[in-house]
Design a protein around this ligand. Sequence first.
Ligand code: FAD
Ligand code: DLZ
Ligand code: SF4
Length: 510
Amino acid sequence: MAGVLRLVLGDQLSREMSSLRDCTKSQDKILLAEVREEATYVKHHKKKIVLLFSAMRHFAKELSDDGYDVIYRRYDDDNNQGSLLNEVKHACSQHSFDKVVVTFPGEYRVLKSMQQWQHQLGIPVEICDDDRFIATLEQFSEWAEGRKQWRMEYFYREMRKLTRLLMEGDKPIGGKWNYDQDNRKSLPADVSPPKPYTVSPDDMTSQVIELVETEFADHMGDAKDFNYAVTRDEALKVLEQFIEQRFNEFGDYQDAMREGNVWLFHSHLSFYLNCGLLLPMEVMQAAEQAYFDGDAPLNAVEGFIRQILGWREYVRGFYWHCMPGLQQENYFNHQRKLPDFYWSGHTNMNCMRQCIGDTKRHAYAHHIQRLMVIGNFSLLAGLSVEAVNEWYLLVYADAFEWVEMPNVSGMILFADGGNLASKPYVASGQYINRMSDYCKNCGYAVSKKTGKNACPFNYLYWDFLIKHRDKLSKNHRMGLIYKSLDRMSQDTVDAMQEQAEQLLSAIDNA
Ligand code: FAD
Ligand code: DLZ
Ligand code: SF4
């Protein structure tokens, strides 16, 4: 018996990984590799690379300290092989293995490559299910295939029944499946969210920060002030602090935005859920326990569990069910290049300046910033589906294609024509004004639809609805909006369209 080579990817940093199950310490080897191919196929934000490389190094050290035989390839090793396949080939040339075992990856691109490895390596390659997720891919497909519409809400109810989370017999606790109506409050000026949990970089993280500043100098952001968790113990503290300090208000202010505060009452757990330091089930169980202990109200607990058991599971099933076709979808045939301010953050629209600024600083923005500000603008301005997907994949430290693409192509761009969302998530400046304090510090007037300092979200919104009337007016959820449009004077409509055209031409000609 020659043993097994167990490859662990940068977003699979969990002891519970299916690829590590039945590992024989005396025979098998575990491989983790920092490689150019994964670090540069898009120009990931510097903080994202620090997070993953440092978490990989810490995880590898924990495994070695526990007696596992670990091969760890650093990015700056002289004989770094540059890709996962070449690292596996190299390991196979140095040692004899019966087979390679790896857990199902989070991207179609990587899966397609892995499916060729057996042929390229000449030994069996076993790709195990990623059972950190609650629903299997088959469960999602079975659920989806029987229906015309794939609404997350119905999938979520199935997941509640399956896991028995927040259930009383066969009924949802509290009598309702969903408390979203209670979760749309704006944030009063006198409410101060607590500071987020931060970790001072240890020597290992400091070395990675230096490496990233040198090797990825032209990637977005700054690595120097990195202060995220990089071990499971630290990530558990982030969870503990969320439950103690923020969970109570999470539901109420889930959709709120405030200038200068990106963290608010959100959990900041997506970094750790997605790279494996935390498991979704343990996080949801901790949330449910907080409800039973009286530490958080039902609207917060149900809302939080719905994000993970509903949305997170749903988008993963959706991605694999719809790939590779999802990648090509472009319902409105939008092709516009990204404006420069997506990279610089320099724009007079304060909401965009704040949300892109937060993203650049932290490799993080919360859901409503991603959806109703940057996402909203991306759709209203007709930006290229491919370019917007690439942007979202590289700027956020929690971004992997399985979760990024459904949110971008499905949720914000409606590129799939409505398989994921029942109508486009578009809104005028009024929504942003209601949910944030951004408009107070903006040179544009949110109350104005036309004229010199009219809010661009206003005229772009109506221009978008006019342009795509043939595709959208039959949608029964859009009927009232088109009725409002029809009540506007032709002069207003003309003026809005002209202003929209000027702004869009300025992007094209920049
Ligand atoms: P919280 O608000 O505290 O929510 C708790 C958890 O719920 C999150 O950690 C996350 O795991 C899960 N969750 C919430 N909403 C979603 C969702 N729509 N899809 C999947 N999981 C969800 N999330 C990512 O993890 N990676 C991405 O690349 C990503 N890209 C996005 C792109 C767009 C355009 C949009 C609109 C949303 C995207 N999201 C993505 C979803 C969501 O914005 C983030 O999960 C969330 O902001 C992470 O911050 P948090 O941990 O503080 O979340
Ligand atoms: C995102 C990322 C980066 C930046 N670097 C690595 C790496 O060097 N080695 C690795 O194993 N994984 C990395 N990853 C995560 C992979 O891109 C991820 O596993 C695939 O996209 C599949 O989800
Ligand atoms: Fe954004 Fe318009 Fe408000 Fe300015 S006025 S912050 S552009 S919504």
